[in-house]
Design a protein around this ligand. Structure first.
Ligand SMILES: [Zn+2]
Length: 144
């Protein structure tokens, strides 16, 4: 039973990941997005990325695949996501709950289905909400 539950969770995660579309047009500037090696922007290769040839917005892929890890991000969004992650990770670690439970809680707070609740999918506005929600609940000791 337990194994089945884990297996179905893993399969479900894969579904969520593969449901992210391969980016072709940049959502920020309408530029053409190419699949290329990250060395073109970092000077050193960290794997393959999708890169906007116009504004350099980019997203990494799951190792050895062409599946994007999130949505295309420009510099500002990358900073916002980093900040949201920092605050969110600090919160669930402080509460001593799992990352998955924390995302479940966050989904409820944001009124989003759990499979859409990932900081890597969020835009600047949503990242701002994550940061605000986490700060607001910083002193809550338990999760409903
Ligand atoms: Zn662009």
């Amino acid at each position: 039973m337990y194994r089945l539950a884990i297996l179905s969770r893993i399969l479900h995660m894969h579904e969520e990941v593969s449901s992210l579309k391969i980016p072709e047009i940049c959502p920020y500037c309408g530029g053409k997005v190419i699949f290329t090696d990250s060395a073109v922007i970092y000077g050193k290769s960290y794997g393959m990325i999708y890169l906007c040839t116009n504004c350099n917005a980019s997203v990494g892929v799951h190792k050895g695949t062409n599946r994007p890890k999130g949505t295309l991000a420009n510099k500002i969004l990358r900073l916002e996501r980093k900040e949201a992650h920092r605050v969110f990770d600090a919160l669930w670690q402080k509460w001593g709950i799992s990352r998955s439970s924390a995302y479940e809680w966050l989904a409820g707070q944001m009124g989003l289905p759990k499979h859409r609740t990932h900081i890597a999918y969020f835009d600047v506005e949503q990242c701002g909400r994550v940061t605000a929600i986490c700060r607001e609940h910083d002193n809550d000791m338990e999760v409903a």
